[in-house]
Structure formats: structure tokens, C-alpha cells
Ligand binder design. Structure first.
Ligand code: X2N
Ligand code: HEM
Length: 515
């Protein structure tokens, strides 16, 4: 008989009224949980655990609402290393650059990203890719995708992305709705930027055929899939809820559509150098000689598009809102374009000559790193360097570069949006920062102790950085060319997958420059 059953029986046999017995049963879990924490606090080999009243839930609400405030609070009480309970999981946090190193450069044998993410990602992307395969396959998949994200491909993407943005601005009801006489208006950027992101990413990475499919009928499917990519899905991968069924149906329909395009291209021998699909069809042989199946390619396409969607839409929403508070910066950006372009249309190579545009993106990512928490599951007892602590197998580690990036200790006046803080930044030239390492998808920086890591670091580092800068730079250029706008920057909402601006307050008021 379990201890709990025994306790319940003991309580049952006590000479108390029913109400008294029930209240003991209700209160007991809380008291036992508190007692357990008290005893646990004596273990000198364990990271200090943040006290919580509600078993299982733990600190979920304070963390979920304001993670950076929660971390700052814990840092004051416990220092840079502490643990908290998040919905049944024990999360060990290590704040600051040493934490970046500890977690992002942890050994493959000690921590595991698959076990932290696969419940969320596999039903959305599909089987056999990203976190539903061994790590060496992920490294190869990242190599395959990265192989298609070249300067040449970006050169062909910039005019397509610009074309999509202009078409959207002119014709979508979020902006001019086809009325060329309309000179001013209000737009919810969260709506407009998520649509613009999927349109521009599909047109460039998936090609014209897939872009043409993005009509009203398809918008529903994409939104269904999207609704399956939330923190709720991170906590519960399968629940008997309609949003879970529509997620599964959308995954199936979208991957079948990608698969039929792959089949069509193969059947007509129509494989070129147009997009990511062509590229994956030509090079997706793993290092052990086996090939990705076409179905796996279609799942990888979903994963890559889904990842880029949330991060990029959030970033462009934020920069539009911040620039809306800084009309003088909009003018500086406009002048930068005039100086570089002199009336020409934008090309990819121009983007490199527009430092202020890139600094706007860089500063936006500093203040609003889309992923406020990065997780790994611990698979082997993991000693915390320079301490007596060991993180046991089965616990999780959490790293938050976004915490350092919004901290005055590393970025003076961290809460001010100042793209000019990056003027004349010389990248760190310490030996540590210059050294690189290749985990199988190209060279990345070996050290990850920079406080600025919006794209993560180590073997799971992002490969989408250059595509994101290409897409975001082109969107920013096109907005600055077309509009002047005003906005008030809202608070971040941390309860979604990425740190979004508060949805109901994400409006800009624009006026056309060619008034
Ligand atoms: C219930 C407050 O809301 O009381 F996508 F090919 C594709 C990122 C996983 C973030 C998990 C938990 C928030 C609880 C709030 C690809 C581009 C990737 C990279 C508590 C009451 C996927 C889970 C978010 C926990 C926050 C990262 C992404 N580049 N994309 N209480 O995945 O990279 C990809 C990679 C994750 C999270 C959370 C709560 C490759 C509440 C209120 C409520 N989080 N979260 N990507 N919480 N409450 C990606 C790595 C991977
Ligand atoms: C990984 C951020 C855009 C594809 C990551 C990681 C971060 C990140 C922090 C590391 C996750 C971890 O360690 O658990 C961002 C930001 C983006 C962005 C801030 C935009 C502003 C993109 C885009 C793509 C992409 C556009 C695809 C074209 C990936 C992939 C990984 C990754 C494949 C590797 C996942 C792994 O190895 O576990 N990204 N990302 N990302 N990202 Fe991005």
C-alpha cells in the first residue's frame, strides 16, 4: 500500500467530523509539499529550489506571466543558479554568460533537446525530423537547409519579398485595401506581420506554386496548425480538445500538399535552384548514406517555416511599434536608403550597406528575443561548475539569454530602444570569441559566453539568422519607403510561444509618404 493510501486511511479512522476529515485531505498535499521542500533545502548537493505552495504547478504562474521579473527576483534571493517547479518539471536556471556556457555548450551526453521539445514539435511538424530523430540527423538536416540559404538565393529572394510586401500594402484590407486614394490608416501589426511573414517566407523558400495556395481556404489550415504550437501544447502534447484535432488534421493536409509538389517536380524532372524544396530534393542524404524520405522532407519544410514564422513575425511587429515612437529614426532610415539606393530598387547587396537598418533589427532582437526560455532535459547527473551542486538526471536546465540582453548590467539603459548603441561595434576579438567549431552544419562560434545571443549557441544554434535578416531587412526597407507611422509600444506578452507585443495594443497609425 502506498504511503498516500495509508495516510488517507489513517485520516479516515480518526474521530473527526466529515468536514474536518475533508479539510485535512485538502490541506495535506500542500503541507507535505512544503515539508518536502524544507527537507530538500538541507541537501547541499542540490541547487536552491524556489519555494512554492501549489504542488505540481509550482512557480508556473509567476514565471509564465513575467519570466524576466521572476528570474530577477530569484537572482536577488538565490544568486545566478536556482531551480523552480514548472508544471511537474524541475527547471534549473543559470543566469548570465556563465549560464549560457553551462547550458548551450553542455555535452551531448549530458543534456538533450529532443526530450525537452519533441512533445511540442512532433505533432506540429510531423515525424522523423528536427526533435523526432537522433541528434546527428538534426545536424545533417540543419546542413541541408543551410545549404540552400546562400547569398545567391537571398539575391533572388529580396525582389520577391519586396513584391509581396508592396502587393500586401496596396491590396490587403489591413492597409489600403486596393484603394489607391487612401492616404492614412490604422493597422494591427500582429495581424499584418504574421500574414506578411508567411507570404514572404512561402514565396521565397517554397516557391511560387506554394505561395499561390495561400488563399482564404488555406489560411484556416495554417492558423489551425499554428494553434497547435503554443505553451499549452508544450505542457500537454495530447489532450482531447478540438484544437488538438484540428492541429493534427492541418499537419496531415499541409504535409500531403508539400509532398504532392515534391512528387510533381520529381515526375516532371523539374528540379532547379529556385527554393528550399529544390535544394532538399537534391541534397538530403545523411552521412550514413541513407536518404530523407519525401515525407520527411515535407515535415522538415513545415518545421523550418513554422520556426521562422513566429520569430520573424514577432520581430517585425516589435520594430514597427518601436519605430512608431521614434519618427526621427524613421527619417534617418529613409535617408540611409536615399543615400545607398539613389532611386534604384533594393537588392540583397544593398542591405549590407545599410547599417542602421541592420542595427534596428539587432536592437529589436536585444529587447525582444523571441524565445525567452531555452530548455534541455538532463540525461546524466550534471555538476554545476565551481559549486557543490549536481543537477540530477530527469530534471531540466533552462537558459535565458533574453534575461541578460534586457539587463542594465550588460546593456546600459537596457529598456531604451537605441539602435545607435551598436554604432561602431567591433565584434569581440578575444581568442575565445574568434575560435569556431563545426557540429556538422558549418562553423559556429565555440564560445557562447556573450551576453547577446538572440540566435542561441552551440550545436542547436539557429541556422535561420541570415534568412531572417534578409526577410526583415526587406520588410523594414519597404515600410520606411512607403509610410511614416506612429505607435505606442505595448508590454510584452510572455504566455505565447514567442514574446509578442500585447495583441490588442499593437496598432500603428500610418500615413503614406507619397501624400
Ligand atoms: C496557464 C500566466 O502561460 O497564469 F520551431 F525547425 C523549428 C520555445 C519550446 C519556447 C517551448 C510555459 C509560457 C508556461 C507560459 C525548427 C525559429 C524550432 C527557432 C504558465 C496559466 C523550437 C514553453 C515558451 C514554455 C514559454 C524552441 C523555435 N528558430 N524557431 N502559466 O521551442 O527552436 C522550430 C527549431 C520552444 C517554449 C511557457 C507558461 C527548429 C502560462 C498564466 C498561465 N516555451 N513557455 N525556433 N505559463 N501560464 C524552435 C527550438 C524550439
Ligand atoms: C534554433 C532563434 C529564425 C530555424 C534557434 C535557436 C534560437 C533561435 C534561440 C536555438 C534554440 C535552442 O537552442 O533550443 C531565432 C530567432 C529568429 C530565428 C531570434 C528570427 C529572428 C529562424 C528561421 C529559421 C530558423 C527564419 C529557418 C529558416 C532554426 C533551426 C534551429 C534554430 C533549424 C535549430 C534547432 C536545433 O538545432 O535544435 N533559433 N531563430 N530560425 N532555428 Fe531559429
Amino acid at each position: 500500500m502506498s504511503l498516500v493510501q495509508e495516510l488517507i486511511q489513517k485520516i479516515g479512522s480518526l474521530e473527526l467530523s466529515l468536514v474536518e476529515k475533508l479539510s485535512i485531505l485538502l490541506v495535506a498535499p500542500f503541507l507535505l509539499n512544503a515539508l518536502w521542500q524544507f527537507i530538500y533545502s538541507f541537501r547541499k548537493d542540490r541547487v536552491p529550489l524556489v519555494f512554492h505552495w501549489v504542488p505540481w504547478v509550482g512557480s508556473a504562474v509567476t514565471y509564465g506571466m513575467q519570466p524576466y521579473e521572476f528570474f530577477a527576483d530569484c537572482q536577488r534571493k538565490y544568486g545566478d543558479v536556482f531551480a523552480f517547479v514548472l508544471l511537474g518539471k524541475v527547471m534549473t536556471v543559470y543566469l548570465g554568460p556563465k549560464g549560457h556556457e553551462f547550458i548551450l555548450n553542455a555535452k551531448l551526453n549530458d543534456v538533450c533537446a529532443e526530450d525537452a521539445y519533441k512533445h511540442l514539435t512532433t505533432p506540429v511538424f510531423g515525424e522523423g525530423v528536427i526533435y523526432d530523430c537522433p541528434n546527428w540527423k538534426l545536424m545533417d538536416q540543419k546542413k541541408f537547409v543551410k545549404g540552400s540559404l546562400t547569398k545567391d538565393s537571398f539575391r533572388s529572394y529580396v525582389p520577391k519579398i519586396r513584391d509581396e510586401v508592396l502587393d500586401y500594402i496596396n491590396n490587403d484590407t489591413n492597409f489600403m485595401g486596393g484603394d489607391s486614394k487612401k492616404k492614412t490608416g490604422k493597422t494591427n501589426v500582429l495581424n499584418s506581420q504574421s500574414e506578411l511573414t508567411i507570404l514572404t517566407a512561402s514565396r521565397s523558400l517554397l516557391g511560387d506554386d506554394m505561395r499561390k495556395l495561400l488563399t482564404k481556404k488555406w489560411a484556416k489550415l495554417f492558423s489551425d496548425l499554428d494553434k497547435g504550437f503554443t505553451p499549452l501544447n508544450f505542457i500537454f502534447s495530447h489532450l482531447p480538445l478540438p484544437s488538438y484535432w484540428t492541429r493534427d488534421h492541418a499537419q496531415k493536409t499541409i504535409s500531403e500538399t508539400y509532398l504532392s509538389l515534391i512528387n510533381k517536380r520529381r515526375a516532371t524532372n523539374d528540379i532547379g535552384d529556385r527554393d528550399l524544396i529544390d535544394s532538399l530534393m537534391k541534397s538530403s542524404t545523411y552521412k550514413d548514406g541513407s536518404k530523407m524520405t519525401d515525407e520527411e522532407i515535407s515535415h522538415l519544410l513545415i518545421g523550418v517555416l513554422m520556426g521562422g514564422q513566429h520569430t520573424s513575425a514577432s520581430t517585425s511587429s516589435w520594430f514597427l511599434l518601436h519605430l512608431g515612437e521614434k519618427p526621427e529614426l524613421q527619417e534617418e532610415l529613409f535617408e540611409e536608403q536615399e543615400r545607398v539606393l539613389q532611386g534604384r530598387e533594393l537588392t540583397y547587396d544593398d542591405l549590407a550597406n545599410m547599417p542602421l537598418h541592420n542595427q534596428v533589427i539587432k536592437e529589436t532582437l536585444r529587447m525582444h528575443m523571441p524565445l525567452h526560455s531555452i530548455f534541455r532535459k538532463v540525461t546524466r547527473p550534471l555538476p554545476v561548475p565551481n559549486s557543490k551542486y549536481v543537477v540530477p538526471k530527469g530534471h531540466y536546465v533552462l537558459v535565458s539569454p533574453g534575461f541578460a540582453m534586457t539587463n542594465d548590467a550588460y546593456f546600459p539603459n537596457a529598456s531604451d530602444f537605441q539602435p545607435h548603441r551598436w554604432d561602431e561595434t567591433v565584434e569581440p576579438v578575444s581568442a575565445d570569441a574568434k575560435e569556431t567549431i563545426d557540429y556538422g552544419f558549418g562553423k559556429v562560434s565555440k564560445g557562447v559566453s556573450s551576453p547577446y545571443l538572440p540566435f542561441g549557441g552551440g550545436r542547436h544554434r539557429c541556422i535561420g539568422e541570415h534568412f531572417a535578416y534578409c526577410q526583415l531587412g526587406t520588410i523594414l526597407n519597404t515600410f520606411v519607403r512607403t509610410f511614416k507611422w506612429k505607435a505606442v509600444v505595448p508590454q510584452p506578452d510572455y504566455t505565447s510561444m514567442v514574446t509578442l507585443p500585447e495583441p490588442h495594443l499593437s496598432t500603428i497609425t500610418w500615413e503614406r509618404r507619397d501624400n
